[in-house]
Design a protein around this ligand. Structure first.
Ligand code: GDP
Ligand code: IMO
Ligand code: MG
Length: 409
């Protein structure tokens, strides 16, 4: 299977990192194509728990090259900080290659995110991601390739500093030039490198960040991130026309969201609290408590329509053990009408009342289950319900954070 994409089917944090790591066992290349350090992907293996923001999850394997496609906005300081943390965990330095066409996140982007009020209004991750993409679209950004021309960088930074942002352009220019000295041999034509790897028949895993419902265009606009988070981001963020053999959609057995914006199945009561506590639903990037609720098949069908998943990985099924009943949202009621399709506006979504199918819960803990036979009958009924309603096969069921806590169906 030379080309595989792993895409979040919800509002992010579906455990893409874990699934990418699993699928990259035999991959030569793992590519990030969208987002930036707003992502927080968790991988738990024999060496402990790694929280990755810019480093592709597959790059934790020495055999796998991590590539950062040009669709990713790169914060050089965040990248070095992340590598420092991996080193402190006793991990060997990942092999990385960065597209020279990546735009940079600079110190003033975080300042702008606060000053413009976006951080508070949308509940962003405050990593400067939105302003960096805005500057890119406004054709005012700095790219990694520009670091080859220090005089140009200095000039641009001086101009930006005159406009505000409260940073010392000379200090930033110095730090960027140090970054270039250390990294120049790993920065170049990412598009070409990925294309050549595919031509050689190498196995490449494309690691989506965020999730389908946070997509700039197809998500719950304006409560979205600033990049293409669906499978279309693979071309958008690498420049390669990839014939994908697999498009793996990752969904939790329930739903979470962090930050502002509509969330029809959100539960403000005991169930939401259960999911947050048992699922340890706190952001991997910001530590914020995640909003929690039941699985939403209206949203999941929509994600399938946009991405045409070849299969699903359903994660955190273990978190539902012990609940008396398990609910699945099958449609919405909006203004007295039954709605099967995911609405385009937040106004409609805010009014959407979920219509639920209720299934009987199961008591058995699942963390040790490793084969389909070890799954209680009622969990299998749940999985079958989801498969039939969405129309796509569940290939992996994850029952814990560890690399081996997974059942292949
Ligand atoms: P990502 O952004 O999609 O990679 O997901 P995050 O890493 O932000 O959030 C997923 C969280 O769930 C992480 O803390 C994982 O360690 C944890 N996790 C992954 N799979 C499972 C699972 O099947 N069960 C449980 N209980 N935790 C899981
Ligand atoms: P991973 O890759 C969950 C959310 C933020 C906010 C909105 C915009 O770990 O799944 P941004 O900082 O991108 O401008 O914030 O998007 N958000 C995420 N939520 N997981 C993520 O990444 C997210 N990245 C951004 O909470 O609501
Ligand atoms: Mg995350």
């Amino acid at each position: 299977m030379p080309a595989t994409a792993v895409i979040g089917a919800q509002w992010g944090d579906e455990a893409k990192g874990k699934i990418v790591h699993l699928l990259a066992r035999e991959a030569q290349v793992c590519v990030r194509f969208n987002g930036g350090p707003n992502a927080g992907h968790t991988v738990t293996d024999a060496l402990g728990t790694a929280r990755l923001h810019l480093v592709p999850s597959g790059a934790l394997y020495p055999h796998c090259l991590g590539v950062i496609g040009h669709g990713v906005v790169v914060d050089p300081w965040a990248l070095e900080g992340e590598l420092g943390e991996l080193k402190a965990q006793g991990r060997s330095q990942p092999r990385l290659f960065l597209s020279e066409r990546c735009h940079l996140i600079l110190p003033h982007h975080r300042v702008l995110e606060e000053e413009e009020g976006t951080a508070a209004r949308l509940g962003t991750t405050r990593r400067g991601v939105g302003p960096a993409y805005t500057e890119r679209t406004a054709r005012q950004g700095l790219r990694l390739a520009d670091l080859r021309h220090p005089a140009h960088v200095r000039e641009r930074l001086e101009e930006l500093a005159r406009r505000g942002g409260g940073f010392d352009p000379h200090a930033v220019a110095r730090e960027l030039s140090q970054f270039w000295e250390g990294w120049s041999s790993s920065i170049g034509d990412g598009q070409g490198l990925i294309g050549e790897a595919l031509d050689r028949g190498e196995h490449v895993v494309f690691e989506g960040a965020q999730g389908t419902l946070l997509d700039l265009d197809f998500g719950t606009y304006p409560y979205v991130t600033s990049s293409t988070t669906t499978v279309h981001g693979v071309g958008w963020g690498t420049g390669v026309r990839v014939e994908l053999d697999r498009v793996v959609g990752v969904t939790k057995a329930y739903t979470t969201r962090v930050g502002e914006g509509p969330f029809p199945t959100e539960d403000h009561g005991a169930v939401g609290e259960w999911l947050r506590r048992k699922g340890n639903e706190y952001g991997a990037t910001t530590g914020r408590p995640r909003r929690c609720g039941w699985l939403d098949l209206v949203a999941l069908r929509y994600a399938h329509r946009l991405n045409r998943f070849s299969e699903l990985a359903l994660t955190k099924l273990d978190v539902l053990s012990g609940l008396e009943e398990v609910k699945i949202c099958t449609s919405y009621r909006v203004g007295g009408r039954r709605v099967e399709d995911f609405p385009a506006t937040v106004e409609e979504l805010a009014q959407a009342e979920p219509i639920y199918q209720t299934l009987r819960g199961w008591k058995e803990e699942l963390a040790r289950a490793r084969s389909p036979e070890e799954l209680p009958e009622r969990t299998r009924a749940f999985l079958t319900w989801v498969e039939n309603a969405v129309g796509v096969k569940i290939r992996w069921v994850s029952v814990g954070p560890g690399t081996d806590d997974v059942i292949v169906l």
